[in-house]
Design a protein around this ligand. Structure first.
Ligand code: FES
Ligand SMILES: [Fe+2]
Length: 402
């Protein structure tokens, strides 16, 4: 991070540490309709205007080391192949045969020179072109050049791979522009995936996402695991365009949040990242906190209005040693342990909203990042499409920083 940005954080942190009142100039957040967390109509609006139109982080370049390396991404009722072409480019296609719609690939990852449909063996090149049709003479009107795999937009930001189902969406670089300065000095491109895990929970995706967007609960929910390493009072929130935000928190005791796993700090990242935890909630569904030892990148996916799939990707530095493997096994246990401390509350939250007992959620100043992404949801859906009882009142415009 640039010296100027670090100074801005320091100054904001001094203000937070010395604060015992709600900042005068900051808007008081209106209450949030609980129905946003369970109404099927609202979930459908989110699907149409958020999930199928926004850049979504699904992996890292390093997971596609060779020509023909591929991964399947099964999310949001879609199955998408991401693979590396002969020209070195990553491309994404719907995992759907143009003949009679069979899935082409079944294995979640692998390597291939051609995508061959298991049903009638139509074959597609790594660039998506249809190249083989058995008994082609029985399809006299078929124009192969028009029958390539259906592409999905796939772009890379700092080594992270994103998909977007909307052909008209802005570029990933534009979408992520506010986050570029926040990661300067942290070589995300050099990361590798150490581990990946999936967890389902009985709550709306926003209940789970909300949990990561404030530090208010850390003292109470994670008194042993997380609280001793973070100075909660130093919590600085910056709101950015496109619904993104950044948190900076002062570390205490050690340079890495994962000291208790035995992980040592790498010198790959700037010293700033040892002093502060820089967390980057990224619209619509990503949360990660940069840590020099490596970190857990979480994404949250709706399975139903009351069901979420959480995917955790553990990112670290290239190292094939046995020690490194042991570190990451311990890290995964540690991360899942912390997550369990949060997760056992999720079902109760969902129930109290869904049964009507709590029709509105109260959000305080420390919870402003929660409100910020909810405002972005309404901006992207278009307030006029949202029933009035489910809308939130935008109050944070003008509070974002550059
Ligand atoms: S469905 Fe793929 S070849 Fe028939
Ligand atoms: Fe938590």
């Amino acid at each position: 991070m640039k010296a100027h940005d670090v100074n801005v954080i320091r100054e904001a942190m001094e203000f937070q540490l010395g604060r015992s009142q709600h900042p005068d100039e900051f808007p008081v957040l209106p209450q949030v309709p609980a129905a946003r967390y369970f109404d099927p109509g609202f979930a459908a609006l989110e699907k149409e205007h958020i999930w199928l139109k926004t850049w979504l982080m699904v992996g890292h370049e390093s997971e596609f080391p060779d020509t023909g390396s591929y991964r399947l991404i099964d999310k949001l009722d879609h199955s998408v192949i991401i693979s590396r072409g002969k020209d070195g480019q990553l491309r994404a296609f719907h995992n759907s045969c143009r003949h009679r719609a069979s899935a082409l690939l079944m294995e979640p990852q692998g390597k291939t020179q051609r995508f061959t449909c298991p049903y009638h063996a139509w074959g597609y090149g790594l660039d998506g072109d249809l190249i083989v049709v058995p008994d082609a003479h029985d399809f006299p009107c078929l124009n192969k050049s028009e029958m390539g795999l259906v592409p999905v937009r796939c772009e890379i930001w700092r080594g992270l791979v994103y998909l977007n189902f909307d052909n008209d969406a802005e570029s990933l670089a534009d979408f992520m522009a506010p986050m570029a300065a926040q990661t300067t000095g942290f070589p995300l491109e050099k990361l590798v995936v150490k581990n990946r895990y999936l967890i389902e929970a009985d709550c709306n995706w926003k209940v789970a996402f909300d949990n990561f967007l404030e530090i208010y609960h850390v003292r109470f929910c994670h008194p042993q695991s997380l609280a001793p390493y973070l100075n909660s009072q130093s919590f600085v929130v910056s709101l950015f365009e496109n619904g993104h935000s950044r948190f900076a928190t002062r570390k205490q005791q050690t340079d890495t949040l994962f000291a208790y796993t035995g992980l040592t700090v790498s010198d790959q990242a700037d010293q700033t990242f040892n002093e502060y935890t820089i967390a980057l909630p990224t619209f619509p569904n990503s949360f990660y906190a940069l840590d020099s030892a490596g970190f857990n990148y979480l994404t949250f996916w709706p399975l139903a209005p009351g069901k979420v799939l959480m995917e955790g990707t553990l990112f670290g530095w290239p190292d094939d040693s046995e020690e490194d493997k042991a570190y990451w096994a311990t890290m995964r246990t540690a991360v899942e342990g912390i997550l369990a401390e949060d997760m056992y509350l999720f079902g109760g939250i969902q129930k109290s909203m869904q049964n009507g007992v709590i029709p509105k959620l109260v959000m305080g100043y420390q919870e402003r990042a929660l409100y910020w992404y909810q405002e972005e949801i309404d901006r992207r859906i278009g307030a006029e499409r949202i029933p009035e009882a489910l809308r939130i009142t935008p109050v944070l415009a003008g509070q974002e920083q550059r």
